[in-house]
Design a protein around this ligand. Structure first.
Ligand code: SF4
Length: 370
């Protein structure tokens, strides 16, 4: 089983915290971009003909900003070139304010069955400060258009003057919209983004303040019947993201488009971050990849451990031993002796204790130093 990720590198405008591959000024290239994307899909299918696809994820950027016919074309091309399971989970990221009924109709007509909405916060002043294109009302209108569908929303922690009560209200707004899955991320002020200046000026929350809000919201979501199944992801039973679960299981995925990453047959590779370079490569039958690494030995083991320990289910020791023909308990005895107080073991499952999951990095890194 494998997933496919499609990157749409266009947005209406740039959010102040964004360092993703999204280029508002290049939206005029959308038609040529998708023509190239369809070609890459065909090429990747020839390269990996035996992969059975059970999840597709259209992300960005803002996929909903381009004409829906391009998105439909990408899904049709994937279904034509790959073997896609009938019950595949097919997700599209949408930004409120860029969606209408016709677009939704087109998405559904090609089998898109999961919609991930970029809410970030339910407060219009914060949305404006982040240079988001939408308001809280736009979010609810969007949810209304998608009534009865499988909805997810993103929420950001660590915004200017944000407190737990505000985040709870943002969650309430998402729940009022019928959302069954929430991704709750801490804002990372990346160098070169406008918000980085605010960070340097001490206008954003400290890591400790964000961690406190995270703990409060984790409790709140628990009360609302949401399971935390990964450090940043919460869902009602039956609504876990299959596409993301595949990443954390170290499953295979093929990424197409600008900046897309893939993991296939033990190789991790990433495409160029430039729209022009990408299109030139595809047009001239060259590879759009800018990096490629075969992951094996200790690196593969560490990846498996790192990804599994991000989830609340944790790592299955038996699976690890079988996969790597190894004995986990002997191999990592020193780390386990040192870090076991932060973890718990239930038979074959080893997981980070709930209260330490948010600050997992030190624990996970110890496995790399082994
Ligand atoms: S919508 Fe997303 S990808 Fe686009 S600019 Fe904002 S954060 Fe970046």
């Amino acid at each position: 089983m494998a997933g496919i990720y499609v990157h749409v590198p266009f947005c209406k405008q740039k959010c102040t915290y964004c360092d993703f591959a999204s280029f508002p000024r290049e939206i005029g290239k959308a038609e040529s971009y998708f023509a190239c994307l369809y070609r890459e899909i065909e090429g990747r299918a020839k390269q990996y003909p035996s992969k059975i696809i059970d999840t597709i994820y259209i992300g960005g950027g803002t996929p909903s900003v381009v004409d829906a016919k391009f998105i439909a074309g990408a899904i049709r091309q994937i279904k034509k070139c790959f073997t896609v399971k009938k019950d595949a989970e097919i997700t599209i990221e949408l930004n409120p304010g860029t969606v209408d009924q016709d677009k939704i109709k087109t998405y559904k007509s090609v089998g898109i069955n999961r919609f991930s909405l970029g809410l970030q916060t339910g407060f219009d002043d914060q949305l404006k400060r982040l240079n988001r294109v939408h308001t809280a009302k736009d979010f609810l209108l969007c949810c209304n258009m998608l009534k009865g569908e499988n909805l997810s929303a993103d929420i950001l922690l660590g915004l200017h003057d944000q407190d737990l009560e505000q985040v709870k209200k943002s969650v309430d707004l998402a729940l009022a919209g019928g959302v069954k899955h929430l991704s709750v991320y801490a804002l990372t002020p990346e160098v070169g983004t406008p918000i980085y200046t605010d960070y340097l000026n001490g206008e954003l929350l400290s890591d400790d303040e964000v961690a406190d809000i995270y703990d409060g919201i984790r409790e709140y979501l628990k009360e609302k019947g949401f399971d935390r199944y990964e450090v940043s992801n919460f869902a009602k039973d039956g609504y876990y993201s299959k596409h993301n679960m595949n990443y954390w299981r170290r499953g295979e995925y093929i990424g197409v488009g600008v900046s897309a990453s893939s993991f296939c047959d033990g190789r991790r590779f990433t495409n160029t971050f430039s729209v022009d370079e990408y299109m030139n490569a595809v047009i001239y039958n060259k590879s759009p990849e800018i990096s490629s690494d075969v992951i094996e030995g200790d690196d593969a083991k560490f990846e498996f451990i790192m990804l599994a320990l991000r989830t609340t289910k944790g790592l299955n020791v038996k699976e690890y031993n079988k996969l790597f023909d190894a004995d986990f308990d002997i191999e990592y005895k020193t780390v386990l002796d040192k870090k076991m107080r932060f973890m718990e073991r239930d038979g074959e499952n080893l997981k980070i204790k709930d209260e330490y999951l948010y600050v997992q990095n030190d624990i996970i890194l110890a496995f790399m130093k082994n």
